[in-house]
Design a binder for this molecule. Structure first.
Ligand code: ZN
Length: 318
């Protein structure tokens, strides 16, 4: 429900280092891989719609990746074939691609380490899809040599599923640090039900994603006769393609568990209107801004990348 803030790297002048360090992971193997990729294309892409080299795909921006993904899907490379017993197995074409762009049991650990190293600068804090779980790193002391080692408490999801297009399996701007529920229970190789062109509005890796402006968390009343209070529910207001995003990640349902927190925020807001904050500030000799922050924590949640930041802000602002 939020974009990865790559612009933070621009601010610190780290943009190029970020990409260079990423490419360095593949350096030695790249020439061989490019050869295999060219061979694959010569066989399976006779009209040359896939012009990109692997090197280009490694750091292509998300807009470019979507274009590539669409062209690849349009090629309709068979994903499965029959084995000698008539059973569906992965096709040779797909298997070869997975071998060239070998993420699983290949580069996954190195790529994860790369994200751990950059987690602080990118301010990776809470799941980019749901904002309900922390995705952080932590430090351990290695028992053998006493060195500090960084570990991660997050998954790396491929926004464009590598199961449907192995060629985007190593693309830097296809990786979304996310919680396990979003990555391995919900998303897997599935996608929200939208057009290819709409992917770049709902991928946290895309500069065109604007979740904040297009999704609003609300506490609503279900008209259930006299038991109105019992009928309160969380609703994430959104329009296409954000609606599809919210539905896909089951955000209404998952956020519903936190209805009591939403009610607490509503009551807090009712109890402390501006006039009361002014009175408290006057009484204690604090600035109004300080009192407001002490009560609502909004600045703290945003600044420190806490979970439920948007949830809290939207409900307090309603
Ligand atoms: Zn999540």
């Amino acid at each position: 429900m939020k974009r990865i803030k790559y612009e933070l790297l621009k601010k610190t002048g780290d943009e190029k280092t970020f990409e260079d360090e990423y490419k360095a992971i593949f350096d030695k193997k790249l020439p061989d891989k490019e050869k295999e990729w060219t061979t694959w294309k010569n066989t399976n892409d006779p009209t040359v719609t896939l012009k990109e080299s692997i090197e280009e795909l490694l750091t292509a921006d998300f807009h470019h990746l979507v274009g590539f993904y669409k062209r690849f899907r349009d090629l309709k490379v068979p994903e499965t074939q029959k084995d000698k017993n008539g059973k569906d197995v992965k096709s040779d074409e797909f298997e070869k691609l997975e071998e060239i762009f070998n993420y699983t049991n290949g580069y996954d650990v190195k790529i994860a380490d790369f994200f751990v190293q950059w987690a602080e600068k990118l301010e990776i804090r809470s799941c980019y899809y749901c904002e309900m779980a922390y995705v952080n790193t932590y430090t351990l002391i290695d028992k053998d040599n006493g060195n500090l080692v960084e570990r991660r408490q997050f998954d790396l999801d491929h926004f464009l599923p590598k199961g449907k297009c192995p060629c985007v399996g190593l693309s830097l701007y296809n990786f979304v640090p996310s919680c396990q529920v979003c990555n391995s229970r919900i998303k897997l190789d599935n996608m929200p039900d939208v057009e290819y062109d709409e992917y770049e509005y709902i991928s946290p890796t895309s500069v065109n994603a604007k979740f904040d402006e297009n999704i609003t968390v609300r506490l609503r009343l279900r008209p259930t006769g006299q038991y109105l209070l019992a009928g309160r529910y969380i609703y994430l207001k959104a329009q296409r393609p954000y609606r599809q995003y919210v539905d896909f990640f089951r955000l209404n349902e998952r956020y519903s568990f936190h209805r009591s927190e939403a009610e607490r925020l509503k009551n807090l807001k009712d109890r402390y209107p501006k006039s009361n904050i002014r009175k408290i500030a006057k009484l204690l000799g604090y600035r109004e801004k300080v009192v407001k922050e002490d009560i609502f924590n909004l600045h703290f949640l945003k600044e420190k990348g806490r979970c439920f930041e948007k949830f809290t802000r939207d409900l307090l602002e309603e």
